[in-house]
Design a binder for this molecule. Structure first.
Ligand code: ATP
Ligand code: MG
Ligand code: MG
Length: 380
């Protein structure tokens, strides 16, 4: 049987491996960590860095086609692999997603609004900031940020200058702070033939910059807004000539308008519910786009709520270590537990997620509240 390869060994890679194996593929992971979530379950584990020529050669030798689960895998590595094997998404598309300035320029080129912003790469850039249109704002490192890391909220020019030196004076993007009414994401899968399908619009709740809860259907969001988000995501993918799974994060502003925030060139945390709530998951779609299999429009069969399980759950309120009460959760019908097999538990680290499915959105929400009560946190 053919082997599908993936760059990166995190939980996204693990769920890709599960989906690929279900469809009869062998799997290979390139990941330096000897005990990574994906490396533990793949058939082959190439243990080198993401730019190591020996590792890349080994992966290209064993895999018939290669994808990535890691946003910051070097685009050059993907281009190198593409000389030998089909690679999806392409290095050029991933490169756009890795740089916030290039990403925003791509949104604009696709006819999708985004937050007013300016590059901060020098003292001259800092001095030239249009204070009245961009502050208060958020200063974000242009590259490598995730889970709200590498970001500072700034109210005035003095805070901006301090924040930039705080972030090490690396290239940054300053974004105007927008009045958010809601956050959404849309996951699309696009084939080499241009066929594009999407998961239902997801409504996301972040806590401390980290995704905490995803709800589908996206309750309280007008159908026209949801349709606009789906159409925008499709344009953004098409304009990139994208092949693979792509997630676009959107903000709904207080006035109801929609702006794109950022995108990820891979399955996304907000799409994990699809494993349990849809007839085709985002990881099934990743396998299909990579293997050139037909894409079909996923159907949501159950209203759902996804709760991220952060390492914090492994400590009680008094700071004592504990094992969360999984049996108590699994005793509730409609709960689906996913743990990623990470050896080290840390506060703020994504250790797993829990999806609840129910007959109605109200029942899913009530079940999510019950689950969170068992585990000892407040989800909403
Ligand atoms: P991810 O883990 O999703 O990749 P990230 O570190 O790349 O996160 P962003 O998605 O850019 O960060 O921002 C994190 C969160 O901060 C957003 O989901 C949103 O809640 C808030 N935020 C970001 N930019 C803005 C903005 N311009 N105005 C208001 N809130 C914002
Ligand atoms: Mg991001
Ligand atoms: Mg984000």
């Amino acid at each position: 049987h053919a082997t599908l390869g993936v760059m990166g060994g995190g939980q996204l890679g693990r769920m890709f491996v599960h989906a690929a194996q279900q469809m009869g593929y062998r799997t290979a992971v390139l990941e330096p960590d000897p005990a990574s979530p994906a490396g533990l379950v793949a058939h082959e584990h190439v243990r080198t860095g993401y730019e190591d020529v020996i590792g890349l050669t080994a992966l290209a030798n064993v895999a018939a086609a290669i994808t990535t689960e890691f946003e910051n895998v070097s685009a050059a590595s993907l281009r190198q692999l593409a000389a030998h094997r089909p690679v999806a998404p392409a290095g050029d598309a991933v490169a756009v997603c890795q740089d916030r300035a290039a990403e925003k320029a791509h949104f604009v080129a696709s006819g999708v609004p985004c937050a007013p912003h300016a590059r901060i790469e020098s003292d001259a850039d800092l001095a030239a900031v249009d204070v009245s249109t961009l502050l208060p704002g958020i200063l974000k490192t242009s590259r490598m940020g995730y889970d709200g890391k590498g970001q500072r909220r700034v109210a005035d020019a003095a805070e901006l200058a301090r924040a930039w030196s705080d972030l090490g004076r690396v290239p940054c993007l300053l974004e105007k702070m927008l009045p958010l009414a809601a956050e959404l994401s849309v996951i699309v899968a696009r084939g080499a033939d241009g066929c594009c399908v999407h998961l239902p619009v997801q409504r996301n709740l972040h806590r401390d910059g980290i995704l905490a809860v995803t709800t589908v259907p996206a309750e309280g969001i007008p159908a026209a807004t949801q349709d606009a988000a789906i159409a925008s995501a499709g344009r953004i993918a098409a304009e990139l000539a994208y092949v693979g799974v792509l997630c676009i994060e959107f903000f709904v502003l207080a006035d109801g308008s929609l702006v794109a925030n950022e995108m990820a060139p891979r399955p996304h945390n907000s799409g994990h519910h699809s494993i349990d709530s849809c007839d085709v998951s985002q990881f099934d779609l990743q396998v299909r786009t990579l293997a050139g299999l037909p894409l079909v429009q996923p159907r949501l069969h159950s209203p759902t709520v996804m709760l991220n399980l952060l390492g914090d759950l492994w400590w009680d309120a008094a700071g004592r270590e504990r094992t969360p009460d999984w049996a108590g959760v699994l005793a509730l019908p409609g709960t689906h537990l996913h743990l990623y097999g990470k050896a080290e538990v840390r506060r703020g680290r994504k250790m797993g997620h829990l999806t609840v499915t129910a007959a109605t959105p109200e029942a899913a929400r009530a079940l999510a509240l019950q689950v969170a009560a068992v585990l000892g946190f407040e989800p909403f």
